[in-house]
Design a protein around this ligand. Structure first.
Ligand code: AKB
Length: 319
């Protein structure tokens, strides 16, 4: 199949493009920026700003892909610093990509949603939070512009599937961890424990030690996207699915990294903005619908991820 990727230069793009190419698919990668130096792949790379409707439409009409993986987004912490930018890229950008798909006759779009679509329930009393684990079907009360635009993107996916026959599907990603440098998310404390842990032997986390959100190792995240992309539509009972792997406390992640990086020192200095965002997210996700409908299963536990990831972070930092 021919796949067209937006935001290919980001954290997911790096691993998704490699997985698609190694399975023999044609890939057209697009991003606002040039191909990052750490991307080894040689597929065609197009500079594309998803907020530019005409450019998105022209690129899709030219490429005529079978499937679009829409990854371009501004993440939660950066989005709170610049909500207008988050709205432009995440909301208008998603509209532009959906419209481009409709006009170019693209049959399938994969949307990358997030745990950030959830937020505290309006009738929850003090100290009460989302159900643990949080199911797929739940009032969406996001507190960040990132979450607001992802929730709207989910609704647009349903609309385009129903109204325009662009088969839109997606997953609500947990915080994703991979051998890349962190990029503006609130879940980045987990990744920094690995990157700064290997780089400096210490890291001061911007969250409390008891912070608990859903996390996932990138190879599982990429597998989820590819599995859902190839599932029979008739087997799907939803467009957008919760997926889950593990939900450790921050101090449990630190303990796991310390197994592979002896002497690692982790301290905690919660940042009110990012701690507030993390506290608004579910502690864990119920992914039973994904398990039932398209046989989703994660491969990596926290410790299995640590064992696999630490050598890759060492390689990344050596380049
Ligand atoms: C973020 O932290 O903003 C993202 C996410 C959980 O969607 N990694």
């Amino acid at each position: 199949m021919k796949a067209f990727i937006t935001g290919a230069g980001g954290q997911i793009g790096h691993d998704l493009v490699a997985a698609l190419l190694s399975s023999g698919h044609d890939v057209v990668s697009t991003d606002l920026l040039d191909r990052p130096a750490h991307h080894q792949s040689q597929e065609p790379w197009l500079r594309l700003d998803v907020t530019d409707a005409a450019a998105v439409e022209a690129a899709l009409l030219e490429a005529r892909p079978d499937i679009v993986f829409h990854l371009a987004a501004i993440l939660s912490a950066t989005g709170e610093k610049d909500p207008a930018l988050a709205y432009a890229v995440n909301q208008t950008g998603t509209w532009n990509v959906l419209e481009g798909c409709r006009k170019a006759g693209v049959g399938r779009l994969m949307f990358t949603s997030s745990i950030a679509v959830f937020g505290p329930l309006p009738d929850a009393g003090p100290g009460q939070s989302l159900p643990d684990p949080t199911p797929d079907v739940m009032a969406l009360r996001p507190t960040t512009m990132y979450g607001v635009t992802k929730a709207a993107g989910e609704l647009l996916c349903d609309y385009y599937t129903r109204r325009w026959n662009v088969d839109c599907r997606g997953v609500r990603f947990p915080g994703l961890i991979s051998a890349t440098l962190p990029g503006g998310g609130s879940s980045d404390y987990a990744l920094f424990m690995y990157v700064d842990g290997v780089r400096h032997g210490r890291y001061e986390a911007f969250c409390r030690p008891d912070t608990r959100i859903p996390l996932m190792y990138m190879p599982d995240g990429v597998s989820a996207l590819l599995q859902l992309a190839s599932a029979q539509r008739g087997a799907l009972t939803r467009s957008i699915y919760n997926i889950a792997a593990f939900s450790p406390r921050a101090d449990e992640i630190a303990a796991s990294v310390r197994r592979a990086v002896p002497g690692l020192q982790i301290t905690y200095a919660p940042d009110p903005l990012r701690q507030g965002i993390l506290d608004s997210w579910p502690p864990a996700l119920d992914d039973s619908a994904a398990r039932r409908d398209w046989q989703w299963r994660p491969t990596y536990s926290l410790d299995a991820m640590t064992d696999h990831l630490v050598p890759r972070v060492r390689e990344l930092l050596a380049t």
